[in-house]
Design a protein around this ligand. Structure first.
Ligand SMILES: *Cc1c(COP(=O)(O)O)cnc(C)c1O
Length: 497
């Protein structure tokens, strides 16, 4: 008989004293980590087999282990074998240094564990998420009455905007009939060649197929060529195809370029096209007065994707989708079976986040974003984002004045460049292969070395290095040291190949 169920001691429970011990130990270790970040190796550069060996390859454990010991050994494991994107010299991809308040927020959020799918199950948490979405919209100057939802990242946020646009503009009863009826064959989506790869996943998995994407070339500024867009759409209409959506990018992933959003927004309005802006990386820079011109027109987008886990420095994961007309968002995502008919609370209607996106049960990712906004305020964010952009310019100038580098371009907080020794400068065009492999090898050595981290971009067929600063810990000194580290590795690599 199950007598132990009369007074239950579930093995997963932790008694309060033990919980405190483990928690205090962990918080102490995290504080030490944060303090020591600048002096730590950014990564150990270990191979998959080395890491597998450290983990041990046993079968699923039959018996449990002591909690305190587990927390200790796992803390050691992670602190000694991770890549730290919080390191001040981590400038790779678009991954920010995590805000410490976000770490505390995650602990608190998981302790309360609200299910932010339904208001009834998450009263404060839902209201915090709604407020966070409203603040994000206000920060970038978007419609204060828009609909919005927090999601796991930029891809998911783009999917939400994409799906809403598809349902609004396809002219089909997609919810009822799917993509089955014949006319959908001609649906066309327009995106510049610089658009992030999320658009391919969206087209592939939401039923219209990647052939529906019409790639519009970019001009000399790497912005979507709008005259080519116009021509293409005229041509497609003449062939009885059905243009439905244009994707603008507010901060391209490889070079940080912002499309001419104002012209695109007007063009879409005139032609009844859905205008979605992918601002996963760049949109938060719209809060800066000095960037207002660059982002002009973004406020007229039908939907915008943003990433608080990029330029709001939230720990992973936090993306955000905004849709100008809240009703259209709900029209796309809301279903109300009997078991999800949420009652009013004390006679007031409630909003349930399950109506605004793909997820059902939802975590409380809003808390870390909300707390960080409250901690630093709009002014704090302006200062940090402007600082990141200034550092990218500083880096560009340093490199531009260095005889063994070529500075390629700088937009928002991204700087692209390559190692180009002075004696190769005159005939760099003829030495493309050599320079590409020199820089490729340099980057591998840098990334495995653990002193600093940048990633790469391919521009006009050439291989460039790329620093993206979404890191409130980075200083000018870090940038100077980074350039020196790359110079050293460059001259060493050059002798090798
Ligand atoms: C990062 C990024 C994405 C993807 O966002 P995730 O958060 O990685 O899912 C999409 N578009 C752009 C422009 C990005 O910078």
């Amino acid at each position: 008989m199950s007598d132990h169920l009369e007074k239950r001691q579930a093995p997963i429970n932790i008694d309060p004293e033990k919980f405190k011990q483990a928690g205090h130990y962990l918080v102490d270790k995290i504080a030490e980590l944060l303090e020591s970040l600048p002096d730590r190796s950014l990564t150990q550069g270990e191979s998959p087999s080395e890491i597998k060996r450290i983990l041990g390859q046993g079968l699923v454990p039959q018996q449990g282990e002591d909690v305190n010991k587990l927390i200790e050994t796992t803390t050691e494991l992670l602190l000694n074998h991770s890549l730290f994107n919080g390191h001040p010299k981590f400038l790779g991809y678009i991954t920010s240094s995590p805000a410490p308040i976000g770490m505390l927020a995650e602990l608190l959020a998981s302790a309360v564990n609200p299910n932010v799918g339904a208001w009834l199950l998450s009263p404060v948490a839902t209201e915090i998420e709604l407020q966070t979405v409203g603040w994000i919209s206000e920060m970038i100057g978007y419609n204060s009455n828009c609909g919005g939802v927090l999601v796991s990242g930029g891809n998911m946020a783009n999917f939400v905007g994409f799906l809403t646009g598809l349902h609004e503009k396809a002219g089909l009863l997609i919810r009822e009939e799917g993509m089955q009826p014949a006319p959908q064959r001609g649906l066309c989506i327009y995106a510049s060649a610089e658009t992030h790869t999320w658009i391919q996943k969206a087209a592939a998995f939401f039923g219209i197929g990647t052939n529906s994407i019409c790639w519009i070339p970019t001009d000399d500024n790497m912005q979507m060529d709008i005259s080519l867009l116009r021509q293409q759409i005229e041509k497609d209409k003449a062939e009885n195809l059905k243009p439905i959506m244009v994707i603008g990018t507010a901060g391209s992933v490889s070079t940080g370029v912002v499309d001419r959003l104002d012209t695109l927004a007007n063009f879409c309005q005139e032609n009844s096209l859905w205008f979605h802006v992918d601002g996963a990386y760049g949109a938060f820079a719209a809060m800066l007065d000095e960037q207002k011109e660059v982002f002009k027109g973004m406020s007229n987008a039908d939907s915008i994707a943003l990433d608080p886990h990029k330029w709001l420095y939230a720990p992973l994961e936090a993306g955000c989708a905004l849709v100008r007309d809240r009703k259209k968002l709900a029209k796309t995502f809301s279903f109300h079976p009997e078991y999800y008919k949420f009652a009013e609370v004390k006679g007031e209607p409630t909003i349930s986040m399950v109506d605004f996106g793909l997820q059902n049960s939802r975590g409380f990712r809003a808390l870390k974003v909300w707390l960080a906004i409250k901690q630093v305020g709009l002014n704090g964010y302006k200062k940090m984002i402007a600082g990141d952009i200034e550092l990218a310019k500083y880096m560009f100038d340093l490199i531009d004045n260095h005889e063994d580098f070529e500075a390629k371009n700088q937009n928002l907080s991204i700087t692209t460049f390559r190692y180009l020794p002075s004696n190769l400068k005159s005939d760099a065009d003829k030495k493309t292969d050599l320079l590409n492999s020199l820089n490729r090898e340099l980057l591998t050595t840098l990334q495995e070395g653990g002193e600093a981290f940048v990633s790469n971009a391919v521009i006009d067929g050439n291989y460039y290095l790329r620093a993206c600063i979404v890191n409130f810990r980075t200083t000018k000194k870090d940038i100077r040291e980074l350039v020196r580290i790359i110079e050293d590795i460059g001259s060493f690599t050059r002798q090798k190949i």
